[in-house]
Design a protein around this ligand. Structure first.
Ligand code: MLT
Ligand code: MN
Ligand code: ZN
Length: 303
């Protein structure tokens, strides 16, 4: 299974257009010291040609260039066979509407995520006015085959599992399964990717799930719980925004370093996070714990 990190920044990207926090300043002045990043999304493929997107970011147009390396022969070429969603947040779903020229899109999402897309953001009815949008339900904890757009099986399957958090702030209802992690598995080799770009807490059951994977792409939004408050950027803590911070005895770094097995890479990194600065002590602490920090275009071959 091939995995590409299409984007590794949280909502807003890095640097964020209106942000002049310390790391955004470094990214603008000396990008080699803090690599600019597009908004969080990944792609998986078995043949390197037909890809499944894991979330569709507002930067999808720029990101899809990474999936079509050589000039295709036909007049139109859609490298995306399906889009698998972890939630209905704008940074993970605005790209769906931007792919409307694809004419035929497949969405894999829980009923709760589909309800927010249908009723609250209305991304589903808007996109459906331009393209045939086929949706496949992801019941929690059930393995679902990923099919190509012609209906054939891909050899990949996905299992969605609930993770702690709240629905998007514009959602009017709270339904079970509004925020999930994904396990993507290749039947032939058992290679497994865990994709969890947003997660409010990590308990033993969730850690046991992640341990099954060869590669874990995990929520790297914030370094400290009060990061946004201290910088004067928000009144809310990381945990209040449903992102488990990395640092501290109960942070994700201390918990994930004990997984002993999977390769672990942080993604969905907020522009305020000091790990984005290449020579920061916080970044060094992450790397010393054996955990990696995602960069756009980073790719992996599993198992
Ligand atoms: C999040 O990751 O918490 C959401 O994407 C927030 C946002 O889009 O502003
Ligand atoms: Mn986000
Ligand atoms: Zn910033």
């Amino acid at each position: 299974m091939r995995v590409i990190l299409l984007g590794t920044a949280a909502g807003g990207g890095f640097p964020q257009w209106n942000c002049w926090c310390p790391s955004c300043r470094v990214a603008r002045a000396t990008p080699e010291r803090a690599h600019p990043r597009t908004q969080s999304s990944a792609a998986v493929s078995l043949d390197g040609e037909r890809w499944f997107l894991l979330n569709a970011s507002p930067d999808v147009r720029e990101q899809l260039g990474r999936l079509t390396p050589e000039a295709p022969s036909g007049m139109r070429h859609v490298p995306v066979e399906g889009i698998v969603l972890t939630d209905a947040e704008l940074d993970h779903t605005l790209g769906i509407a931007l792919l409307r020229e694809g004419r035929h899109l497949q969405l894999y999402a829980t009923a709760a995520v589909r309800a927010v897309l249908a009723e609250d953001s209305r991304i589903l009815p808007v996109t459906s006015a331009f393209a045939q949008v086929e949706t496949t339900d992801l019941p929690l904890d059930v393995s679902v085959p990923l099919r190509y757009r012609d209906g054939s099986t891909s050899g990949l399957s996905v299992t969605a599992f609930a993770v702690p958090g709240d629905p998007p702030r514009f959602a009017r209802r709270e339904l079970a399964g509004h925020t999930v992690g994904l396990l993507i598995r290749e039947a032939a080799t058992d290679a497994t990717l865990a994709f969890v770009p947003g997660c409010g807490a990590l308990d033993a059951a969730l850690l046991a799930r992640l341990r099954q994977a060869n590669l874990v792409l995990f929520d790297g939004t914030f370094w400290t719980d009060d990061e946004m408050i201290r910088l004067g950027l928000s009144e809310r803590t990381a945990r209040e925004m449903d992102h488990l911070p990395q640092s501290g005895a109960d942070g994700s770094l201390a918990l994930l370093r004990r997984l002993n097995g999977p390769r672990v890479v942080y993604t969905h990194i907020n522009n305020s996070n000091p790990i984005l600065i290449e020579d920061s002590i916080e970044r060094r602490e992450v790397l010393a714990a054996g955990i990696e920090i995602g960069d756009d275009a980073m790719s992996f071959a599993l198992p």
